[in-house]
Design a protein around this ligand. Structure first.
Ligand SMILES: *[C@@H]1O[C@H](CO)[C@@H](O)[C@H](O)[C@H]1NC(C)=O
Ligand SMILES: *[C@@H]1O[C@H](CO)[C@@H](O)[C@H](O)[C@H]1NC(C)=O
Ligand SMILES: *[C@@H]1O[C@H](CO)[C@@H](O)[C@H](O)[C@H]1NC(C)=O
Ligand SMILES: *[C@@H]1O[C@H](CO)[C@@H](O)[C@H](O)[C@H]1NC(C)=O
Length: 277
């Protein structure tokens, strides 16, 4: 009888030990494999920020990557992912110091790959994604939840799922800031393969064109990238809506730029910018 009881006790104890060990192992494995997405996003953001500041030594002393991360988190952490307005990023915008060079601002719509292949190797033109904030957050996704302290990088609302989602609001705010700080003669690379290269609902059409300051910006030149087979020209009626969205004090120009010419300049960074666009 006694032996029976103690054997049962030992069995029970063994059972408990096995369960504890299994739970502990599971926790460790899960902790290692389930990437903490906040930590991952944080290291991407800080890493890109430091890369940018290493390349742009003129602004490296006046910017603090940890401070930028803090101001960024403040905008969306703990909030409903459909309730983050563009203004939530005001502290982030203020946390960054950058020098703008007049006459270099280049906007784009539906030409993202080409425009960046071009500006990556040249100093003559600068897109939003060549500035510190645009460079850091290009192609990233993030959101949190109502009342949560966490950041998620998957399962976030898509661009048009709801208006005030953290990613869309960021780009609205950053684009408005980029346009509002523009000065001199600015340009926009648009896609001549499309029937309507200008869309009033694009970020360029809905935010950037309207944020250009008429006391600082002299002109906006559309660079319409066209292939030989394209039928769209600067005469396209789509540019009527661009002209009506643009402040009348800002001069409007449009120039057709051959697609092959831009491609040629992308493959040979030695060709001067003035021969490219
Ligand atoms: C986990 O994190 C590493 C870097 O910290 C990253 O390279 C990898 O893509 C992440 N994996 C997943 C599934 O998110
Ligand atoms: C213009 O848009 C088409 C269709 O989306 C795309 O295939 C093409 O690469 C774009 N052209 C440029 C110059 O980006
Ligand atoms: C979630 O958000 C709503 C308002 O959008 C608020 O009333 C509610 O208290 C929030 N819940 C938590 C847990 O924070
Ligand atoms: C913008 O271009 C016009 C000619 O189109 C020129 O007169 C003017 O000086 C330029 N502005 C700046 C700031 O370079």
């Amino acid at each position: 009888m006694r032996g029976e009881a103690s054997r049962r006790k030992r069995c029970l104890l063994l059972g408990v030990v096995v369960v504890v060990v299994v739970v502990a192992v599971l926790a460790v494995v899960l902790g290692l494999t389930l990437n903490r997405s906040s930590d991952h996003l944080r290291s991407t953001v800080i890493g890109r920020c430091e890369t940018f500041l290493k390349k742009n030594t003129d602004v490296s002393r006046v910017n603090d990557c940890e401070r930028i991360w803090g101001a960024f988190e403040e905008a969306y952490v703990g909030k409903d992912p459909c309730d983050v307005p563009a203004e939530a990023y005001n502290p982030l915008i203020i946390s960054v110091t950058e020098h703008v060079i007049c006459n270099t601002m280049l906007f784009w719509s539906k030409t993202k790959a080409m425009v960046h292949a071009f500006t990556d190797n040249r100093e003559c033109l600068v897109t939003l994604e060549d500035t510190l904030l645009g460079f850091i957050f290009d192609e990233l996704t993030w959101c949190s939840k109502n009342g949560s302290k966490e950041t998620f990088t998957t399962g976030c609302p898509g661009w048009s799922e709801c208006q005030n989602n953290p990613v869309r609001s960021f780009w609205m705010r950053a684009s408005a800031n980029f346009a509002a700080t523009s000065c001199g003669n600015v340009s926009a690379m648009l896609n001549g393969s499309l029937e309507s290269p200008f869309s009033s609902t694009s970020v360029f059409g809905s935010v950037e064109v309207k944020s250009l300051a008429p006391d600082k910006v002299g002109s906006l030149t559309v660079l319409l990238v066209t292939k030989e087979t394209d039928t769209t020209t600067c005469a396209s009626s789509s540019f009527q809506s661009l002209r009506s969205a643009l402040d009348p004090k800002i001069a409007y120009n449009c120039r057709q730029v051959p697609y092959d010419q831009v491609e040629n300049c992308i493959s040979d960074p030695e060709i001067p910018c003035s021969d490219c666009l």
